[in-house]
Design a protein around this ligand. Structure first.
Ligand code: ADP
Ligand code: MG
Length: 387
């Protein structure tokens, strides 16, 4: 993943509903915790869930730090033991994936590849699978997603949190070691050119959400909400069968700008408003980099939220459509949504919201954000039309 685990904060306790407020409040106070998507009215959902009419589903939560972010998994079930076991297994899976893909852990597959000196490396199946996916998405997005960008990210200090503005010549030199087309994945054998470095930070958390969700389903859980550092993976619907209601965090720092109702979906947001630094030149530099220039994206988009069944697809697209900018992102959706269905919510710096047609009825603008104008994106019309 991009970056290391900075604090071994382990809040892994499976708690009944009554203790969740305390844990969530505690987490909120921690420095690195940031929600792109705020869990919305979970507490009131649970009160309904606990009525005897509903089979006494209770909420059980696990909060922990992994993959450089805070995660909170909440499952709803009427069997406390089963719920706790399922949560434990889902958390263990996240730990196992992190161990495979950490850039700094010397035992990880990614570390082995990054220090292979151009020699082929046999990696675990899951690593080969996610790498192939990342390379395929890099091709599909014409390099907007770039899994070999790590040296450039490091030069900007985004992997160490010691930020700096690299010289133009330095960036130019580092870009010579960037290029997804020079990663060879043949079964479980992966070859990376000497000097290149891989990082699965832009897709790993989405994949982790998919895996954790699948484990919960295998353990018999039908209703769960996984918050993976702001990425949301919804397993099923709320215990009463209705959609989850998520608050979408405003990229302008004013709470939430809208709510979204979904079931059985992943919701992943990318923006340059969460991890960034202000340079000595007073300019704001965000952590998503345009692989073509080596500089942080600055194209008028404030955030990109992707909604789809597959979390890793959401993760790959949220990063890459953010890199593309508004018109290329809309064009991408138009050419790909049939074979690879997804919905998106694009927010521009000038406070416009572009929503794909399917999701429009599921989105509600916050009262306080009524100045934001919504433009539906449809498959037929060339440009979104004002509502
Ligand atoms: P986050 O992981 O912060 O929620 P993203 O999923 O959008 O956000 O991933 C951004 C991460 O991916 C960055 O922290 C960085 O490690 C890496 N990254 C930045 N730009 C790119 C890019 N164009 N392609 C692939 N990875 C990128
Ligand atoms: Mg991403």
């Amino acid at each position: 993943m991009s970056g290391t685990v900075k604090e071994a904060v382990s809040l892994m306790e499976v708690l009944p509903e009554s203790d969740q407020n305390f844990v969530l409040e505690f987490i909120k106070k921690l420095r690195f915790f940031s929600l792109a998507v705020i869990l919305w009215i979970i507490m009131s959902i649970t009160m309904t869930a606990c009525s005897p009419m509903q089979g006494r589903e209770e909420a059980y939560s696990a909060s922990f730090f992994a993959m450089d972010t805070y995660m909170t998994f909440t499952v709803y079930d009427d069997d406390a033991k089963a719920a706790r076991e399922a949560l434990q297994q889902a958390q263990e899976e996240i730990g196992a994936l992190e161990a495979l893909w950490s850039v700094t852990d010397e035992d990880s597959d990614i570390y082995a590849l990054n220090h292979s000196g151009g020699q082929p490396v046999t990696v675990r199946d899951e690593t080969a699978g996610l790498l192939s996916f990342a390379v395929k998405m890099a091709q599909e997005t014409d390099g907007a997603l770039e899994p070999t960008l790590y040296p450039v990210l490091t030069a900007w200090g985004f992997t160490t949190e010691v930020n700096r503005i690299p010289a133009a010549e330095e960036i130019e030199k580092l870009l010579e070691c960037v290029g997804y087309d020079r990663v060879k994945v043949e079964g479980s054998l992966v070859t990376l050119e000497d000097g290149m470095m891989l990082d699965l930070g832009s897709v790993g958390k989405g994949y982790a959400g998919d895996r954790a969700g699948r484990i919960l389903i295998e353990k018999g859980i039908n209703s769960a909400l996984l918050d993976i550092g702001g990425n949301i993976q919804a397993v099923g619907a709320r215990p009463d069968g209705s959609d989850w209601r998520l608050g979408l965090r405003s990229p302008f720092g004013e709470g939430i700008f809208g709510t979204l109702q979904i079931s059985d979906r992943a919701v992943v947001t990318s923006g340059n408003y969460e991890r960034y630094f202000i340079g000595e030149d007073g300019v704001r530099y965000g952590h998503i980099i345009d692989p073509e220039t080596g500089y942080p994206v600055n194209n008028g988009l404030a955030s990109v939220t992707i909604i789809a069944g597959d979390g890793k697809l959401c993760d790959a697209l949220s990063t890459s459509l953010f890199v593309m900018g508004l018109s290329d992102a809309v064009a991408y959706w138009k050419t790909h949504q049939e074979e690879q269905p997804f919905d998106m919510i694009l927010v521009t710096e000038d406070r416009k919201i572009y929503l794909t047609e399917e999701i429009k009825g599921k989105f509600n603008l916050q009262k306080e954000c009524k100045d934001m104008v919504i433009y539906p994106v449809t498959s037929s019309v060339a440009e979104g039309k004002k509502r």
